[in-house]
Each structure stands twice: as structure tokens, then as C-alpha cells.
Design a protein around this ligand. Sequence first.
Ligand SMILES: CNC(=O)c1cccc(C)c1Nc1nc(N2CCN(c3ccccc3Cl)CC2)nc(N2CSC[C@H]2C(=O)NC)n1
Ligand code: NI
Length: 186
Amino acid sequence: MITMKDIILEGHPTLRKKADKVDLPASPEVRQLAKDMQEFLVNSQDEKIAEKYGLRAGVGIAAPQLNESLAMTAVLIPGFEEGDEPELEGIFVNPRILSHSVEEVCLREGEGCLSVDRDVPGYVPRSARIKVRYYDLDGNEYVKRFKGYPAIVLQHEIDHLNGILFYDHINEKEPWSLDDHQYLLG
Ligand SMILES: CNC(=O)c1cccc(C)c1Nc1nc(N2CCN(c3ccccc3Cl)CC2)nc(N2CSC[C@H]2C(=O)NC)n1
Ligand code: NI
């Protein structure tokens, strides 16, 4: 199982690389990596398992964070109530943002990242709505639109595939400022 020692931290060069495209249909190794990434997210969100193994909770993880420079990310955003089906769950292979809104949203509390083990305060402006083309492990193509928290999480994870970290987007001079096309979420 993946634990925090497997997740590389800022300063590691792989986090700043553009990840390679995944050959599809995916090899058994890539399928196993995808499975391990999904399992990590489930474990990280389970209070008992997270506590037992010292896992930081996440709703997304990208292969480069495991020092695998591959364009693949796993997302698991739980539903609002216990027992609800997830708000978003899946493996996104070779994702590409095809178009996005001018309007931007920020998480009210800022963002955290499994590869950044410090607090970096400030709003992280992201497109409020995105249209994403991606593939599944068998090579089937999908084009879907996302908004709200799922859109934020997907942009955070797709950034990892392009060597971008969340704090690259924070306004250095006024980290908690918003201009007139930026809104708070949540
Ligand atoms: C500095 N202030 C903050 O971080 C911050 C502070 C407060 C609130 C938010 C909302 C913040 N922001 C933030 N909180 C999250 N989690 C909230 C808790 N949750 C979780 C925790 C426990 C069980 C199950 C779950 Cl689900 C896991 C996810 N996740 C992200 N990000 C940024 S996009 C990718 C995503 C990610 O997975 N990061 C590791 N940001
Ligand atoms: Ni991250």
C-alpha cells in the first residue's frame, strides 16, 4: 500500500517535470499503479487507517507525486453524507483541459497538497468550469464538463502532470485578494 514515504515532496525534480503520455490500453504495471493510487485515497479518508499509517487525507493524487512521471491522476471526492455515493471518483489518463470559463473560483481556506508538507496561505484561483478530454485505462475517450469542487480538484491534479504546484497560482503581494472575476467556493 502507498504511504506518505512513497510521496515525493517539493524540491524533488519530478514534481516540476511535464509527465509523459500513458500508452493505451494501459500495461498491467500502470493498471496496478492506478489501483494503488485509488486505494491510497480511500485509506487516506478512513480515519482509522489514516491514523494507523499516518496518512494525510487527499481527494486527489497524481502519478508524478509517486515519482512516476506519467500523465495519470486518481480522484475520490466523497459524497456529503456517510453512505452517499462519491461526488467524483475515477482514474483520469492523459487528461487535457479543452476549454474553461473566464470566471474563477477559489477554496475559501486555500489549498493543501500531499507533496507540500507546510501551510501555504492564500487563494488559489482556478477556472470555475472546465471541459476535459481524458481516457480510461482501456483507452476509451471521454469529454466531460466539471464545475465547483470537482473542477478545482481536477485542475490541481492536472497541474501536477504539468509540473505546476498550487502555490504557483497564489498572488504573492496579496494572497487573500480576489479580483472581480474571482469568487469563493464553500
Ligand atoms: C491550506 N488550507 C487547506 O488545505 C484547507 C483547510 C480547510 C479546508 C479545506 C477545504 C482546505 N483545502 C483543501 N482541503 C482538502 N481536503 C479537505 C479534507 N479532506 C478530508 C479530510 C479527512 C477525511 C476525508 C477528507 Cl475528503 C481531504 C481533502 N484538499 C485540498 N486539496 C486542494 S485540491 C486537491 C485537494 C487535496 O486532496 N489536497 C491534498 N485542499
Ligand atoms: Ni497536490
